[in-house]
Design a protein around this ligand. Structure first.
Ligand SMILES: O=C(O)C[C@H]1C=CC(=O)O1
Length: 92
């Protein structure tokens, strides 16, 4: 099952720089582990924003929810999820 996910990140302005750097490093490792496992096949930066569009390929709504809830930046994100179905004109 594929999902288009928009993540909009808003870190508190008073968060110490070291703490922010540590959360971002943990987030990057978590994300890259899921990318290598094929669960997070696409991630794109939104130009000019601290936001991304990602595609997740998971087995269930629950699996996606668990992945998103475990993002280290989850407490600082607004997340929008769009479930994707195969387009009838897709030639693949
Ligand atoms: O920078 C972001 O878009 C937020 C987050 C998502 C993956 C990652 O490494 O960081």
């Amino acid at each position: 099952m594929k999902y288009l996910v928009h993540m909009d990140i808003d870190l508190p302005t008073d968060m110490p720089a070291e703490e922010a750097a540590e959360i971002k490093a943990t987030e990057k490792a978590y994300s890259q582990q899921l990318q290598r496992a094929g669960k997070w096949p696409e991630i794109w930066r939104v130009v000019g924003e601290y936001a991304n569009y990602s595609v997740f390929d998971v087995d269930s709504h629950d699996e996606l929810h668990d992945i998103l809830q475990n993002l280290p930046l989850f407490p600082y994100m607004d997340i929008t999820v769009v479930p994707l179905a195969k387009h009838p004109s897709d030639v693949k």
